[in-house]
Design a protein around this ligand. Sequence first.
Ligand code: FAD
Ligand code: NAI
Length: 475
Amino acid sequence: MSKNYDVVVIGAGPAGYVAAIRAAQNGMSVACIDEWQNRDGKYAFGGTCLNAGCIPSKALLESSELYHRAGHEFKKHGIKTSGVELDLAAMQKRRAGIVRQLTNGIAGLLKANKVDGLVGHGKLLAGKKVEFTPVDGKPEIIDAANVILATGSIPIELPFAKFDDEYIVDSWGALELDEVPKRLGVIGAGVIGLELGSVWSRLGSEVTIIEAMHDFLFMADREVAAVAGRDFKKQGLDIKLGAKLTAATVDKDVVKLEFEDAGVPKSIEVDKLVVAVGRRPYTGELLAEDSGIQVDERGFIEVDDECRTRVKGVYAVGDCVRGPMLAHKGSEEGVMAADLIAGEIAEFNYDVIPSVIYTAPEIAWVGKTEQEVKASGRAYKTGSFPFAASGRAKAMEQTGGMVKMISAKDDDELLGVHIIGPMAGELIGEVVLAMEFQASTEDIQRTIHAHPSLAEAIHEASLAVDKRALNFPNK
Ligand code: FAD
Ligand code: NAI
């Protein structure tokens, strides 16, 4: 006898498990299928984000930053330290423990919401039938009134630097190193390259990052990227821009990297290489030939603005569809799909998705960069406030960076906010909410911000847009 569900979700990453929970909250019978297996052999819900992405990387970023500050910055606070030592095994144990707690938590949440969490492989057949193959059993067919595909993404592999899981690793491998490599090479100065490069640099590696683009952090506002570039250089990250890797060969425990730097052939040797040149959608063994689902030339499942595929009742959300590969983007798409299935009105504002890079200082933004606004032809005004003038940032001894706000000249609309500095990833939330509620710049100017707080820098930047900053000379 075949099983029936109102909704079957394939994939239990942040897009899939959230979709499943919301669908259940909407009164549907729901199954959520996932096949993620960790290196200890255990299966776990939570997808890339919880097992090998957002969460373990932030655990190591936090630990490595504390280690670095204990060794280098505590003395500024008048705290003498001696014998600060790294216990990498304990650091990694903490990281693994956090992952375990949170992924077990997802299993608990699915259960609490009466979602059947099914461990194994899901495949979409014609007619909204799902073939489910349990990890230790035979395939069975599930009838689904609706299906949500949320199968995520996997790292891109370079043909001339193939992953061997020992010397040449992807981001997952880079999170689980059990020794600090003396010399670490990273291909790609994107989000992963910078976050994981920072982790290992703080723990003692000499880090060289090879980046093909000439513009550093091309997706960020130019002013912010310039500040970040200077900071990372000071921290010891050797970032080679406009450099093209041509070969990576492993010989006697050493990885030799050959690359072209401004057209000149060069080579360096490293002990480990992390390849972080982007991720691609994952739809391996997901779609039967007659499933009716279209995949574009880059492998993304084709969907409309409401995440509907071409097959009625089949949705796709998260990294396997167009848009930024971010956990919060996937989760909100999952909520939208589940609500649409329940017949509710739901939409997603693709213009207001925050981006955060969890380096030190953190970098966060929402909306357009100044170069994008300029290219749009809309008249605009900008205002900035440096953390060097913030009392709270001074107290924290973290005064690098600034808040930059870009607003429309005609109607004062907030067009983009770019933050580099302490807790930028937390601060951006205020602006995301403001933009979502279509607040004007003046609305932020007239909002009371606690003193002393880092959020005052957002307030002051909004005032600076109209040359009315109170705690910094207006330009
Ligand atoms: P995934 O999380 O990839 O989950 C997909 C799940 O589907 C997986 O468990 C997979 O096993 C399962 N699956 C696939 N196919 C099948 C099948 N046929 N049957 C059964 N199961 C299947 N994003 C942020 O927003 N903030 C961050 O700080 C951040 N840090 C990151 C750090 C790193 C190192 C990496 C690699 C990524 C990071 N990301 C971050 C990106 C984030 O992890 C992804 O955007 C997010 O996980 C996408 O969610 P998803 O649910 O679409 O896919
Ligand atoms: P990315 O797209 O952020 O960066 C990849 C970088 O590699 C780019 O700068 C690109 O120019 C460069 N590159 C590509 N091919 C190259 C080559 N052959 N040689 C040298 N450089 C090359 O991708 P990344 O860092 O792998 O991250 C993947 C995804 O994961 C991102 O899309 C991001 O959204 C997500 N992520 C998000 C995080 C966050 O929100 N804090 C943290 C980590 C990942």
